[in-house]
Design a protein around this ligand. Structure first.
Ligand SMILES: NC(=O)c1ccc[n+]([C@@H]2O[C@H](COP(=O)([O-])OP(=O)(O)OC[C@H]3O[C@@H](n4cnc5c(N)ncnc54)[C@H](OP(=O)(O)O)[C@@H]3O)[C@@H](O)[C@H]2O)c1
Length: 199
């Protein structure tokens, strides 16, 4: 398969690329500030133009999406706006604008996070953005059924991300184990599914 992977330079994205490539897929990796190719999820016009140059694809996988942490008392207009533009609408727009590039029968696999259903204090915007993506996935899959599959992986805390801030890796999920959830959705036949992946 020829697969566009947004967030390919990240902790989760690198692991997804590695598993897909080990299975013989061609991965077109895209970063934001690094890597050969880049795109800004938060820039809708750039994203629309981006798909003019990708060529034909079998699947789009997104392992990117930024939302702002902070309590309801702390989050300002900009924090909500940027969370919506990036993690929520950025991923919605991958499906909207990517349809022209993805062959019929192809798929979109997005990324949310378990804070959408099990929030902790200080995560209102993050939970909101992930919850929005999950609702979009369930509804879009109905509209696109038979033409495109749309799913999301909802990770818990990734072990490598815990280590990066000095925590013990557990309770967490290793990126390589998480990557297999994405690959099962890309290579399978599910649609409208939110796959939770924790330790
Ligand atoms: N890590 C966790 O514990 C965890 C848990 C639950 C959910 N998630 C979600 O999983 C996703 C990936 O997490 P991660 O830990 O792998 O993140 P990461 O290591 O920080 O990597 C983020 C990736 O997204 C790219 N990116 C950043 N801003 C972007 C933008 N505006 N447009 C397009 N691409 C952009 C980065 O590109 P550059 O490297 O070029 O900047 C990088 O490839 C995020 O949505 C995150 O919320 C992560």
């Amino acid at each position: 398969m020829r697969i566009l992977l947004v967030g390919a330079t990240g902790t989760i994205g690198k692991a997804i690329a590695s598993v897909l490539e080990s299975l013989g897929d061609e991965v077109i990796g895209v970063g934001h500030s690094s890597g050969e190719r880049s795109v800004d999820l938060a820039n809708a016009e750039a994203l629309r133009r981006f798909f003019d140059a990708t060529g034909a694809l079998d699947a789009v996988v997104c392992a990117a999406g930024v939302a702002q942490f902070g309590s309801v008392q702390e989050l300002n207009d900009e924090a909500y706006d940027s969370s919506i533009a990036n993690k929520l609408m950025g991923q919605v727009n991958l499906v909207r604008f990517g349809r022209g590039a993805v062959r019929e029968g192809g798929s979109f696999t997005l990324t949310t996070g378990t804070l959408s259903v099990r929030p902790t204090p200080g995560t209102a915007a993050v939970a909101m953005a992930s919850g929005g993506v999950e609702s979009f996935v369930r509804a879009a899959a109905l509209d696109l059924r038979g033409r495109y599959r749309v799913n999301a992986v909802s990770p818990g805390w990734v072990a490598e991300s815990r280590q990066a801030i000095g925590l013990a890796p557990m309770p967490g999920i290793w990126a390589a184990d998480l990557a297999r959830c994405y690959v099962r959705l890309v290579h399978g036949d599910a649609t409208g599914q939110i796959v939770e992946a924790e330790e």
